[in-house]
Design a binder for this molecule. Structure first.
Ligand SMILES: C[S@@+](CC[C@H](N)C(=O)[O-])C[C@H]1O[C@@H](n2cnc3c(N)ncnc32)[C@H](O)[C@@H]1O
Length: 356
């Protein structure tokens, strides 16, 4: 079976699966799985989904790019693609499952949100396998696991990966896992566990907000890689009548932005590209673009998004963004936009204004 990454990358050190995924598969294949109902989490590129194609598998899909990756890999391997076998991390899951397989996400909050969902849909005698690279182990994995399960065991390490085995689910009341972040002006933003950034408004975002002044003749605005929608929220306060687009690849981010932004002229896009935004249609794009994906650091996604920004902007439209200085986006932006101005910087971050 051939599994590829979507989006693809020129970084050959980045693989579509790791020994932590292999270890999860090993747990399942050692058992009589044909009669078992399985649910998977954080199967980023569809390795488990494809390998377990003969089993009854429900896949929890948290990212639009993950959904696309599963589709590509199933089709490339001649497997039927049935998106009714996909659910999201907030779905209430009617069918009871025997087994849950999770590659532990980097965000411990997201780990908890996944365990909370598993707790609602796993049978009393069901077992949860959570794999991780041993270098990513933290004791909090155990304390969070014990919130939802009575028994937590650890496997031996294999190829630098290990599995936590969780049994005997606890009977718990359903609890919405939402963080509240203060914007400093008495305003509170809500976000589901796992959405950037966990405990407070990100420092780069805060620097951007403090220096974000929007021109009055701005009608249509796009908050790219919006997270909880904090930048869109800031724009809406300055321009209450603008049309706002919110886009993020992460399902929980878009759902969080819906909690924070109200109004008729807001479109929420759960997507990893700007292809559904019209050409030459936007006056202003704002962003704190992504460069961390779990444990990987990669700016290729952002560079592709910047090209798409240029396509969506009206002639003379503006792209304003904040970034860590060490990334040095300047030369990349200069290849895409007519004019690039570094309008502000401090010791860690810089703000760019790019004009199409
Ligand atoms: C650095 S966070 C910024 C979030 C928010 N704007 C803020 O300032 O707090 C980057 C966001 O990019 C999102 N993201 C990653 N890849 C994306 C893609 N291809 N398209 C859209 N959003 C993406 C992530 O889910 C994350 O919410």
């Amino acid at each position: 079976m051939k599994i590829i990454r979507y989006p693809n990358t020129t970084d050959r050190s980045l693989k579509p699966w790791s020994s932590a995924d292999e270890l999860l598969l090993e747990q399942v294949l050692g058992q009589n799985v044909s009669e078992k109902k399985i649910i998977t989490y954080n199967d980023r590129f569809g390795y488990l989904n494809c390998q377990l194609h003969q089993c009854d598998v429900l896949s929890v899909i948290s990212y639009k790019s993950q959904e696309k990756s599963h589709k590509i890999n199933r089709e490339n391997n001649g497997l039927i693609f049935d998106d009714t076998r996909f659910v999201n991390p907030l779905s209430s899951i009617d069918q009871k499952v025997d087994m849950a397989l999770m590659k532990v996400p980097k965000s411990l909050h997201l780990f908890e949100l996944y365990l909370a969902q598993i707790n609602t849909c796993i049978k009393g005698e069901g077992v949860v396998y959570c794999s991780f690279m041993t270098r990513h182990f933290t004791k909090q994995l155990l304390s969070i696991s014990y919130k939802y399960f009575e028994l937590v065991e650890q496997s031996l390490a294999k190829k630098k990966a290990r599995v936590l085995i969780l049994k005997k689910k606890k009977e718990l009341k359903e609890n919405e896992l939402i963080n509240k972040l203060s914007l400093g002006d008495g305003q509170i933003l809500k976000q589901y566990y796992g959405v950037f950034s966990a405990k407070e408004i990100d420092k780069a975002t805060q620097f951007f907000i403090n220096n974000l002044h929007v021109e009055e003749n701005t009608n249509e605005v796009l908050d790219l890689a919006a997270g909880n929608g904090v930048l869109g929220y800031t724009i809406q306060k300055q321009l209450p009548n603008c049309k706002l687009h919110i886009i993020d690849d992460f399902y929980l981010a878009v759902e969080s932005a819906k909690l924070n932004l109200k109004g008729e002229d807001i479109s929420f896009h759960y997507n990893d590209t700007l292809k559904e935004i019209g050409e030459n249609s936007i006056d202003l794009v704002v962003s704190n673009p992504p460069f961390h994906f779990e444990y990987e650091t990669n700016i290729e996604v952002s560079l592709r998004l910047f090209k798409e920004v240029s396509y969506c902007l009206k002639q003379g439209g503006k792209f304003q963004m904040v970034a860590n200085r060490h990334i040095n986006y300047g030369p990349h932006l200069e290849r895409i936009f007519n004019k690039v101005i570094r309008v502000m910087q401090n010791d860690k971050f810089e703000i760019y204004k790019c004009i199409k």
